[in-house]
Write a protein that binds this ligand. Structure first.
Ligand code: NAD
Length: 354
């Protein structure tokens, strides 16, 4: 396995962490801390091999740098992955060992939840480190209590993003009557489904977990589909809310939608896919812009949590996307490229000022 020659390696630090007693094998990648300490979730996933885990953490941490810069947050990009199946391999000692490794980084990396980890896992990690976000109980903007879980904020940000994408691509000021296909009904996907259902959307859903699927059928009158069927079903919007890399050439050649807007990180299998989506007239909401809600939420938790301010910043995801869509149209340039340029410019401005 190569690290320094890895095509995704442009990082400040990469840490390989092992605790044989608990079975922990993990990688922490700190991409860029020019804007502040690296903030990003800890994923637990049964990677096929170490190389795949490394590639994932390098890509995920890089997109956290872009996400924080785009959302105007004083944080850098980092991410951690634990190699293992969260349903069978996770244990208290492993999570505490992870906390120990994070603590040793002295705050250069702050962790949070991600795929395969939950608030309760993060509370275990927090027994050994101060550098955990997304665990403190807080209030919503309407004053109701809620847990530290950032997923509702992510789902709300994606919902806001879908509304502006619909306005841009279809010219509608509402979602009622539209069809949306959602891949993945986990922490974010399900809450997005609820928001869309309440807005009058007809849902088509797929999840590998049958219980998640059944809940959406019973509670949201969603149409359940196999993963393959979902990608062949004609809807207005495709919302990828499962794993990354889903948008590849073969899929987008036949994907029967006009908008792609979902929470999954790193949706584009390669940079070129952004160009192909643009050529095909599919409006793509760049993932690191539309899914920034959770990061905004935990960044505020680390400072002074003002629910109304968080809500304003989540709504701002819509304004940012509108700007990106307009620039994309004016410059005839893919939305993904526009979003990357804006983020890079922000990071360079801070570097130049330092
Ligand atoms: P999760 O693990 O709670 O949910 C993922 C769901 O996708 C699971 O129900 C799983 O069964 C399902 N799934 C996996 N592969 C699938 C497939 N091929 N077809 C259909 N369903 C499949 O994760 P989450 O927290 O909801 O995150 C979803 C995505 O959003 C991830 O890519 C994550 O990195 C990203 N994201 C999450 C947050 C957050 O606040 N949780 C923030 C930003 C980005």
């Amino acid at each position: 396995m190569t690290v320094f020659n890895h095509p995704e390696f442009q990082h400040e630090q990469v840490h390989f962490c092992q605790d044989k007693a608990s079975g922990l094998n993990a990688i922490i990648a700190i991409h860029n801390t020019r804007l502040g300490p690296a903030l990003g979730g800890c994923r637990m996933y049964p990677y096929n091999n170490d190389e795949t885990a490394l590639t994932d953490v390098l890509k995920l941490s890089r997109s956290m740098t872009y996400k924080a810069a785009m959302a105007g947050l004083a944080y850098g990009g980092g991410k951690a992955v634990i190699i293992g199946d969260p349903s069978t391999d996770k244990n208290e000692a492993m999570l505490q060992a992870m906390g120990h490794f994070i603590e040793q980084l002295n705050g250069h990396y702050i962790t949070a939840e991600d795929v395969g980890t939950s608030v309760s896992d993060l509370l275990t990690i927090a027994k050994r480190t101060h550098y955990v976000a997304g665990i403190s109980d807080k209030l919503t903007s309407t004053g109701s209590p809620r847990s530290g879980d950032p997923s509702p904020a992510t789902a709300y940000g994606v919902f806001v993003g879908i509304k502006v994408a619909v306005e841009q691509r279809l010219g509608y000021g509402h979602l009622a009557g539209l069809k949306v296909s959602i891949q993945g009904l986990g922490k974010v996907g399900y809450q997005l489904a609820v928001l869309l259902h309440d807005a009058g959307v007809k849902l088509y859903v797929s999840d590998l977990n049958v219980q998640h699927l059944q809940k959406a059928v019973t509670e949201l009158d969603a149409t359940p589909l196999s993963p393959q069927q979902l990608l062949q079903t004609q809807t207005d919007i495709f919302a990828p809310c499962a794993m990354g890399g889903i948008l590849d050439e073969s899929l987008i050649e036949q994907l029967p939608v006009v908008i792609i807007a979902g929470s999954a990180n790193n949706q584009l299998a390669t940079e070129r896919i952004g160009e192909l989506l643009h050529q095909r007239g599919i409006l793509y909401a760049p993932d690191f812009v539309i899914n920034a809600g959770g990061l905004i939420d935990i960044a505020h938790e680390l400072g002074i949590h003002n629910p109304k301010q968080v809500h304003r910043q989540l709504d701002n995801i819509g304004h940012t996307l509108t700007e990106i869509f307009k620039c994309s149209q004016q410059q005839n340039c893919p939305t993904h490229s526009i979003a990357c340029s804006i983020s890079e410019e922000r990071i360079h401005q801070v570097m130049d000022a330092a």
